[in-house]
Design a protein around this ligand. Structure first.
Ligand SMILES: [Zn+2]
Ligand SMILES: [Zn+2]
Length: 370
């Protein structure tokens, strides 16, 4: 099972020099299972944030250009940062391609309508029906279990406004859990309403809410149990979380606790805050790695960046690499830090990108959050 990260950011895209190494696109992770011995194994995509656009361009170099491609899109929830790439996903407009879209069932609207609305005329010029590819929608319950070919998929509910679901994929002994977006499961139960005045973290919980949160946490720990890799929403620092516990995001500390309780092998910090700079992410990762080492924890920690590739197999987590197309110093495998060369250099091949191929101007000297 090969993973490639195309978008790692939460909330909204943040291009610019301060986010160039980790990348500014929103959530999108490609999961490839096919290899020489299993050429028909499915192609999966976790979330359709703005990172999906470039994945779509790459897919158009393959069978998707001829209209003979099939892919499965698993959507954690339909907030903008998880679906905004879909109208710009080129393979969608090629007749013959087949896409299976999976997301949580809503009480009020069918999934197809939810996706069609985002391309409605006040927002986008091309109507959803103009997508020439075959699109099939599957609505999921919180605890759905199903197979996509030889890949086993399991879901569990998360603590997020209007509810998100996490996915776990198992394929030939390889396993990955994708857990975004979610608040921790201790201070506030977030359901289908907008919470104006959040409780203060640590305030007593209604017993019913406490029971629901416990069940939710147990579900997440079960989902991540023994996983080779857990990809987790770590948008907040503890200070930011204390100010906005009702926004439905976690801190690295929460993700580490879940991953350790679940006996996971590795944790990927993901859904980075838009205002978090590359340097701040480097520092955050280094600090938590040092903490894990000091505690004698075996949990391996990474922070996702665009172009990062991971090979998962029954024997464990393979090498973590920059994408082969990312122009890092030649022949250099980088173990965990994102390439120094900004992602926009790869974008240089994109005809729509102005200044293609030219070196970036020097970064700003002052450290101003985006
Ligand atoms: Zn999000
Ligand atoms: Zn969200």
């Amino acid at each position: 099972m090969k993973l490639r990260f195309w978008g790692v950011r939460g909330s909204f895209p943040v291009p610019g020099n301060l986010t160039a190494r980790y990348g500014g696109n929103t959530s999108c992770v490609e999961v490839r299972c096919a290899d020489n011995s299993h050429p028909d194994a499915p192609r999966l995509i976790l979330d359709a944030g703005t990172g999906l656009r470039r994945l779509g361009k790459e897919m158009m170099q393959s069978e998707f250009a001829e209209g003979t491609g099939t892919a499965h899109l698993l959507v954690s929830h339909t907030h903008w940062d998880h679906i905004q790439g879909l109208p710009f996903f080129a393979p969608l407009y090629q007749a013959g391609n087949r896409f299976h879209v999976y997301a949580r069932q809503r009480d009020d609207t069918h999934l197809r309508t939810v996706f069609a609305l985002q391309s409605d005329n006040p927002y986008f010029p091309v109507p959803f029906e103009a997508a020439a590819a075959d699109l099939e929608f599957t609505e999921l319950s919180d605890d759905a279990r199903f197979n996509i070919g030889p890949v086993q998929v399991r879901c569990t509910r998360l603590n997020h406004p209007w509810i998100a679901i996490a996915f776990r994929l198992d394929y030939e002994g390889a396993s990955v859990a994708y857990v975004t977006d979610t608040a921790p499961f201790r201070d506030i139960l977030i359901e289908q309403k907008f919470i104006r005045q959040p409780p203060k973290p640590g305030d007593p919980l209604h017993p019913e809410d406490a029971a629901k949160l416990k069940a939710m946490r147990d579900g997440v720990v079960r989902l991540c149990e023994g996983a080779q890799l857990v990809i987790y929403d770590t948008q907040f620092t503890p200070t930011e979380y204390a100010q906005r516990p009702h926004w439905g995001h976690s801190c690295p500390e929460d993700a580490i606790e879940i991953a350790r309780d679940a006996g996971a092998q590795a944790l990927m910090l993901f859904h980075h805050a838009p205002e978090r700079t590359d340097e701040q992410l480097d520092e955050m990762l280094a600090r938590h790695r040092a903490q894990q080492a000091a505690e004698g924890s075996k949990l391996a920690l990474y922070a996702a960046y665009e172009g990062m590739e991971i090979d998962l197999s029954a024997s464990g987590l393979g090498e973590v690499l920059p994408a082969p197309s990312t122009p890092v110093r030649s022949g250099t495998a980088i173990s965990s830090k994102p390439p120094r060369m900004p992602v926009s250099a790869e974008e240089g091949r994109d005809a729509s990108s102005p200044g293609a191929g030219s070196p970036l101007p020097p970064g700003p000297t002052q450290k101003v959050p985006l």
